[in-house]
Design a binder for this molecule. Structure first.
Ligand SMILES: C[S@@+](CC[C@H](N)C(=O)[O-])C[C@H]1O[C@@H](n2cnc3c(N)ncnc32)[C@H](O)[C@@H]1O
Length: 264
């Protein structure tokens, strides 16, 4: 393999040191809150599951698997629509907002895509775990940093862990992409965001159901139009969608959403 941009030894160490838990079947959602603060109080403060070694291990493993065999990632742990959305683009630059280990970069690269730049914006713990071994065109920067131009802003299953869309909106305004793809969104058809507590491997954290109305309005203000919204369906292969029976009927959804915006 000629295009190794991560330090494989770092990942293998992570994989070997931690208990790898790839099945999300133990995930529980509890409570229905109108604001972040109430949900955070219920969650017992500001726990960050994305700094845990078990989570980092899983992310490192995803990247290794994606590099070795892109079809594995397609069929097993986590889906991504990005490689399809980029088809036909020549050497695109991508800002992956909340991109974890950068496994989507590995998945797309091993599927044949070539990037001029692929930047993962992340929290400090993730940058510490995966940033040091990254080599161009892959790099890691803080979520609240400043961004130059990117052809595409991408985000997979991330903005639901933020209090609002504010940082994403800022990143898009700064990087002025032609295309924005939000994958694996926990969404709400209501005109408000709402919050619950997600317990995964015994760690409670706040999760936000993102109003598609608010997001679409913000994107419209930035000059983008929605060109596609569809379900991506990771329910098979040990990735069940959590039960929403305890939530109000108008808040229940049956799948995560993939939303594609283009510059108007
Ligand atoms: C469920 S993981 C998804 C990671 C990766 N995108 C993937 O598809 O595997 C959620 C990610 O969101 C990141 N994150 C945490 N706070 C965030 C924020 N305020 N905005 C965006 N992402 C955030 C976490 O560090 C974590 O990597």
């Amino acid at each position: 393999m000629s295009d190794l941009t991560h330090d494989a030894d770092v990942w293998l160490q992570l994989v070997n040191n931690g208990a790898v838990e790839c099945n999300d079947g133990n995930r529980v959602w509890a409570g229905q809150f109108d604001d972040w603060a109430s949900a955070a109080a219920e969650a017992g403060g500001g726990s960050n599951p994305f700094g845990l070694s078990s989570w980092l291990t899983r992310q490192g493993k995803l990247a290794l698997e994606a590099r070795r065999d892109p079809s594995l990632t397609l069929l097993s742990q986590r889906p991504t629509v990005l490689p399809f959305a980029l088809a036909g683009l020549s050497r695109p630059s991508v800002l992956d907002f909340g991109g974890g280990s950068g496994w989507v970069f590995e998945r797309a690269t091993s599927g044949g895509l070539v990037f001029s730049k692929y930047t993962v914006a992340e929290v400090a713990a993730v940058i510490k775990a995966f940033g040091a071994g990254a080599r161009p065109p892959l790099d890691f920067v803080p979520l609240d940093g400043t961004f130059g131009h990117y052809d595409v802003v991408y985000s997979n299953s991330s903005i639901q862990y933020a209090q609002s869309n504010e940082l994403l909106v800022r990143a898009i305004a700064e990087s002025e992409p032609n295309m924005v793809l939000i994958d694996e969104l926990l969404w709400s058809p209501l005109d408000i965001d709402w919050f619950t507590v997600q317990v995964n491997s015994d760690v409670p954290t706040v999760v936000r159901f993102v109003s598609t109305q608010i997001l679409a309005e913000q994107m419209h203000t930035l000059g983008y139009r929605l060109v596609h919204a569809g379900a991506i369906c990771p329910i098979a292969h040990g990735y069940p969608f959590p039960d929403m029976a305890s939530f109000g009927k108008d808040r229940r959804i049956r799948h995560r959403l993939s939303m594609l915006f283009q510059i108007a």
